[in-house]
Design a protein around this ligand. Structure first.
Ligand code: 5GP
Length: 143
């Protein structure tokens, strides 16, 4: 565990944040550099650097809170008509703060947010091969 995470300071009240929701396990607050207006972060109060360290029960709670927040965003003055959830797990995935956080990103037409990717259409055999590999890893459990 990193000795220092800005989110630990926010959770403990040692650093400022614009809080939106809090319960025993989860805190949600405004992202300090919003990708779109109303961009929220949902974090577990118990620190977990990444998905591998996150208690799945708490992971479920993060999603549950994010789902409520998505509805609240639509009903609030943010008045978005779409929402993206995003979670960066690991440096390669774009993770910058090593305390798991689920982004809740309100969307409006022409807001400029988007994922860059180059989707391909591989042969079914390739999909089946990787599906088998992933099934095997599921059966073996985490490394
Ligand atoms: P990541 O790239 O790790 O998925 O996202 C980290 C997010 O945390 C970024 O969107 C960034 O703007 C946000 N962030 C970083 N430091 C702070 C902070 O001190 N306060 C708040 N509210 N958000 C932060």
């Amino acid at each position: 565990m990193d000795p220092y995470s800005i989110f630990a300071d926010i959770i403990a009240g040692r650093a400022p944040a614009s809080r939106v929701y809090e319960d025993d396990d989860v805190l949600a607050f405004m992202d300090i550099r919003p990708l779109t207006p109303g961009h929220l972060l949902v974090v577990p109060k118990i620190p977990a650097r990444d998905l591998g360290e996150l208690d799945p029960e708490i992971g479920g709670k993060l999603f549950k809170v994010a789902q409520r927040l998505a509805a609240a965003l639509r009903a609030s003055e943010v008045a978005c008509d779409g929402v993206n959830f995003f979670l960066a797990d690991g440096v390669t995935a774009g993770q910058e703060v090593f305390h798991v956080h689920l982004h809740v990103i309100p969307r409006t037409p022409g807001d400029g947010f988007g994922l860059r990717a180059r989707p391909r259409t591989p042969p079914r055999a390739d999909l089946d091969y990787l599906a088998g590999s992933i099934r095997g890893a599921l059966d073996r459990g985490p490394r």
